[in-house]
Every structure is written in structure tokens, then in C-alpha cells.
Design a protein around this ligand. Structure first.
Ligand code: SF4
Length: 178
């Protein structure tokens, strides 16, 4: 039996930058600076779904954590996460090692140590509206909506694992949550 029995779980866009909000992709497809090490050592890869793509499509705006943190979106997250959590549970029950879960810091959904905050809402008609949005925008410590729900779903099944995040400004480094 050649399988490694090791699995790394990753946010969707780490393997497919095309899922990201319009201008945000800083690599064309797979973030190889992070993924090559896992491919080379024979670790299997489990790709999570992208909650923003399935909820709002490819032409969505970038939004803050507060804008996603409402019951219908939370239900959406739980629904699309269930098959992934089922798979993780099956691997754990069979003795496989979940090496960790890698999210994307700075995302309102897949952030692990840093997520955007500063809800204004409303419409953008002119530069003043943009300015108002930007005045309120900041990054705050903590997880995004989707990853919070993922962590909770895993804990409900008594699965604890390491959460890490990519830093797109420095893609060779993985940030580990405490
Ligand atoms: S929601 Fe997560 S998977 Fe989707 S684009 Fe944002 S960081 Fe990537």
C-alpha cells in the first residue's frame, strides 16, 4: 500500500485562484510556493468549497466579515461544508493524519489570524462613498465566517487540528494560529 495516509485541507482558491474576487488573485491558478512541498512529500490534498463563489458568483464585490455574518450565509456555509467535514471525519476514523487546514489570511471567510472588518453598506455613487467605506475598513485579528463555522463543525465531531493561513504578500510562509 503506497498511500501516505496524510492529508492537508486547503481553502478552494489556494488550488484555484480563479475563484477569488476580481482583482485579488496574485497567482494564476495553484499557489505552488505553498502546495509544492505537500505534493513532493506525498500528502493528499482536500480542497474546501469556496463559499463566496457559490453564494454570490464570480462578479461579487469584496466585502467585510460583518457583511457575510448573517444567518442565511451561515446556513450556506454549513450546508456546503458538510460533505468536506464528513470526509475529514472518515479519514480521521480510519487513522489518517490531517496535517492541518490552510486558509487565506485577510479573507472575510477563510481568514485564520486576520480578517477584514468595517461594515458601512449602502451604495457607492461617488468618491465620497468610497472614502466613507475606506475610513471604516481595517483588518482585525480572528477567523473569517466560513472558517469559524468549519472549526465549530469539526469540534462538534471531536476533531481538532492545526489551522494555518497563507500570507499572499509572502507566499512561501505559512502563518499558524495559536
Ligand atoms: S472565500 Fe475562501 S476560498 Fe473563496 S476566494 Fe475567498 S479565501 Fe478563497
Amino acid at each position: 500500500m503506497n498511500r501516505s495516509k496524510r492529508i492537508i485541507v486547503v481553502s478552494h482558491c489556494i488550488l484555484n485562484a480563479n475563484a477569488k474576487v476580481g482583482p485579488l488573485a496574485v497567482y494564476p491558478g495553484v499557489l505552488r510556493q505553498v502546495m509544492d512541498r505537500f505534493i513532493e512529500d506525498g500528502t493528499g490534498i482536500l480542497q474546501l468549497p469556496c463559499p463566496e463563489l457559490s453564494y454570490l458568483g464570480i462578479n461579487r464585490w469584496g466585502m467585510c466579515r460583518e457583511q457575510y455574518d448573517h444567518p442565511n450565509f451561515q446556513r450556506h456555509c454549513k450546508q456546503i461544508l458538510t460533505p468536506s467535514v464528513d470526509q475529514i471525519e472518515a479519514f480521521v476514523a480510519a487513522g489518517y493524519e490531517i496535517c492541518g487546514i490552510i486558509g487565506a489570511d485577510g479573507s472575510p471567510n477563510c481568514g485564520v489570524t486576520r480578517t477584514p472588518s468595517g461594515l458601512v453598506g449602502g451604495v457607492i455613487r461617488d468618491a465620497k462613498d468610497v472614502e466613507k467605506q475606506m475610513e471604516n475598513f481595517r483588518y482585525v485579528p480572528g477567523m473569517g465566517v466560513f472558517f469559524n463555522i468549519l472549526k465549530e463543525m469539526l469540534l462538534n465531531r471531536k476533531i481538532s487540528t492545526r489551522f494555518m493561513a497563507i500570507d499572499e504578500d509572502n507566499p512561501t510562509t505559512l502563518i499558524t494560529s495559536d
